[in-house]
Design a protein around this ligand. Structure first.
Ligand code: SF4
Ligand code: SF4
Length: 425
């Protein structure tokens, strides 16, 4: 069954560049060492519970959730703990990691559950360390306990960022498992209705889900997959500023999260691996790879035949991703992809002065004034950036910077303003 989508305000039409579309999910081979960060989620880092020299099985708890908003971390391979230490994160900083040397195949999964109750589902999701896998990484057991009643579960299969195809690959090959995971999620929420929103450039996925769930085929427009916007386009409900989808009776979960929930309940498998897209013309091949959490980016690049003239490395998609300064980055629970961009895929032109064309405001899906935010951020008047531009309502989609003819670094300014305003609270 298919439901008609509402129109998205603003947004931009951008080339999909889905170079790995149609690629099957291939297991990442040859990973001898994984480096697992204890913070892969929003909230407090997990506390390591293993020491150097200790043997661990695949699926064993290695770092324990340390606060109400935190998540457990498990060994993604069997082996020996080489170190628990700070390691570079590829973004110019360091992060505490549990480093495992791979040896053997022993597993320590949880017992599978049959006909679990709502509380058993929630407890398993927490135990398995499941977090939102669409990018935010909010611990799922917290998100699934909303303070207001939820009647609709909305699965996000939009995958509107260029290049990324990991969700599409999962939807094409694991529709039944995602549906089962969605039913557990709906049961945990007490939601009667399950919808799935998928952009129309994924016809195979739309057809796979058509007999199983209410499918909302979405127009290909960026940022269709933003939580606020997919809720409106799929349900017609508008989330008030500063509120979460639960305020309008909706809970949004990424399709990969639903798949992880299925695996945690029916196989007892914690969240220890995920599908990651390695793409960009700076890689010899572009693939969707099933990777253990903690796998080094270099192993994904090797699996794609190596690099060929890459000038920029990005973790995530080109619109919202983070530029990397080195190959030390590793796969985390929220890694949707890594891009090796060639010269022709990046814009190296220098910014020029704003010409007040207004395009950035016209495409902003939050109806903000990005040029005002940037102007006031440059003079460090962050209150004015909020008052006249609406800085804190920005969802950081990057659509404004994409259309700017002066190539102003709008998103960087907005992020700086938001960070400064947070510090003042
Ligand atoms: S101001 Fe924020 S929400 Fe608006 S287009 Fe720019 S990045 Fe997106
Ligand atoms: S799109 Fe760029 S040049 Fe046009 S008003 Fe916005 S910041 Fe200025």
């Amino acid at each position: 069954m298919s439901v008609r989508a509402k129109r998205l305000f603003g947004g931009v039409k951008i080339p999909s560049r889905k170079l790995s579309a149609g690629s099957p999910i291939l297991p990442l081979e040859g990973v001898e060492e994984v480096c697992i960060p204890v913070r892969q989620h929003i909230g407090a880092p997990a506390t390591p519970v293993v020491q150097a020299g200790q043997r661990v099985k695949r699926g064993e708890l290695i770092a324990k959730s340390s606060a109400p908003i935190s998540a457990n971390i498990h060994a993604s391979v069997a082996g020996t703990v080489k170190a628990v230490e700070e390691r570079p994160d590829g973004k110019g900083s360091t992060v505490l990691c549990v480093v495992l040397t791979r040896e053997g195949e022993e597993e320590a999964f949880l017992p599978p559950l049959t006909n679990p109750s709502k509380e058993e589902i929630l407890a398993r999701i927490e135990e398995a360390g499941i977090v939102g896998m669409g990018g935010a990484g909010f611990p799922s057991h917290v998100k699934l306990r909303p303070s207001t009643p939820v009647d609709t579960l909305l699965l996000n299969g939009a995958e509107c960022e260029p290049y990324l195809t990991c969700d599409d690959a999962l939807m094409r090959s694991h529709c039944d498992e995602i549906v089962r995971g969605a039913k557990y999620l709906a049961a945990a929420l007490g939601a009667e209705r399950i919808l799935i929103g998928i952009e129309k450039n994924k016809p195979e996925a739309i057809s796979a889900f058509s007999g199983a769930l209410e499918v909302v085929p979405l127009k290909k427009k960026y940022p269709m997959g933003s939580e606020k916007h997919i809720v409106y386009t799929c349900t017609g409900r508008k989330i008030p500023l500063g509120k979460l989808p639960a305020a309008v009776g909706v809970d949004v979960q990424n399709v990969a999260t639903a798949f992880a929930v299925y695996e945690a309940i029916e196989k007892g498998k914690p969240l220890i691996e995920r599908v990651v897209t390695l793409s960009g013309k700076g890689a010899k091949e572009q693939k969707n790879l099933l990777c253990p959490v903690g796998a080094p980016l270099s192993s994904l690049i090797r699996a794609c035949g190596g690099e060929q003239g890459a000038v920029k490395l990005v973790a995530g998609g080109p619109m919202t991703g983070t530029a990397l300064v080195g190959e030390e980055a590793v796969v985390t629970k929220t890694s949707s992809g890594f891009l090796l961009l060639s010269r022709g895929e990046t814009n190296a032109e220098k910014p020029t002065a704003c010409i007040n064309c207004g395009r950035c405001g016209n495409v902003c899906p939050m109806k903000l004034l990005p040029m005002q935010i940037e102007f006031y951020t440059e003079v460090k008047d962050y209150e004015a950036a909020e008052k006249y531009g609406g800085a804190t309502s920005c969802i950081e989609c990057g659509a404004c910077g994409y259309v700017c003819p002066a190539r102003r670094p709008l998103l960087q300014s907005i992020r700086a303003a938001k960070a400064a305003l947070r510090r003042k609270v």
